[in-house]
Design a protein around this ligand. Sequence first.
Ligand code: JFZ
Length: 450
Amino acid sequence: MSGAFALGATSLPRLNFFESSTAQAADRMAWWRDARFGMFVHWGLYSVLAGEWGGRTDYAEWIRNNAKIPVDEYEGLLPRFNPTAFDADHLASLAADAGAKYLVITTKHHDGFCLFDTKQTTWGVMSTPYKRDIMRAVADACRRHGVKPCWYHSIMDWHHPDYLPRRDWERGTRPINGASFERYVNYLHAQVEELLTHYGDVGVMWFDGEWESTWTRELGLALQDKCRALAPNVIINSRVAPKQASGLNARLAKIEVGDFSTPEQEIPDRGIPGVDWESCVTMNGNWGYNRADHNFKSVPKLVNMLVETASKGGNLLLNVGPTGEGLVPPESVERLKGIGDWMRVHAEAIRGTEASPFENAGFRATRKGKMLYAFLPEWPASRELLLPGMRILPRRAWMLGEASAPPLARHESEAGVVITLPERASDPVCSVVACEFDLPVRVSGAASRR
Ligand code: JFZ
């Protein structure tokens, strides 16, 4: 293995070519890059149906479209939206206690139903028995718990008469005569203005539903400019505009509009070097609440997804889908608690870190200045951790959570530096070896990550 493991000048510059090459963008992104972990919340009128319609139980937030529910029948759900069990403080505390520093909640999903007090339409929570502004409650609760409130907002809208195109299956029942997409764009801008001026500082505008033919790059740029004008520090995801390149390149392409890329339900093999990115994932098989879906990922799986995204230089946005009553499913609460238990000891190895300096070390790692963190979900029988290609001994090495224990022995070998591990794992889910060097960690040569 050629190429010495060296110490010295810190890491790769991270520039989004178009948007955030300016220092201003770096400031804007700082809290988000430091956070590494956020909570996604898919909640809306569809949650009342809990994924069930016409005998099928495999729907969720796309139920109006996928179950072909006529708009007037779907409007019939309004009186059933009365989530009296909803507790914004509980939701925000679940995020905070799990170690998430921001929360992205659906203000309006594709069905067009608005969870906030908007003057632009009656198709929203203020027309239901609940009649309370959920964005107000969530924004205030998030701030009480040190979590940044962020808004998911769908560009696609299956309810607004001016949104085009219509769903194929309802062209006959919802004629487009008189519809003006330009009028819809004005509606969209008016609601984004409400969302960015009525609730204090909003961390991220997380747009979605940008893939239909009517939504152009120009419209995406205009919406981005609108957001920047209203809230210069708001972070905007790349789904504000349609993807330029298609297929594989689309995901790995330098994002052209927005501040960060949003891989969905996947963690890119090698991350997306040089670009800010955030993988959004479900805890089970659905974003919106589905009563029948109990196929939840385990706490170790979820913790290791957080380790994987951080070790590849990205963020993880982990979803919960509250019920129609406004409750977070117990399986989700349990898993957030498990992640929180791990983060209480190991957050320093995730927050504010950069991608692993190693190309393929056989373990995931992150670095932060003079610190290197190595993640061990499985405890090596050899009780040895090899830092491949490393030629300099760390000043000190220890297990996170066992700092008072004697420092770990380490020695140099042909292959690199070897850390001698304790008898037993320091954590049942994922143990972390912390190595402190005399200089910021940087890698050169073959062992280094490009
Ligand atoms: C979209 C929504 O349709 C879905 O309901 C959910 O809100 C999710 C977070 O985002 O789903 C997508 C969007 C983009 C892709 C796949 C699913 N994509 O680019 O592959």
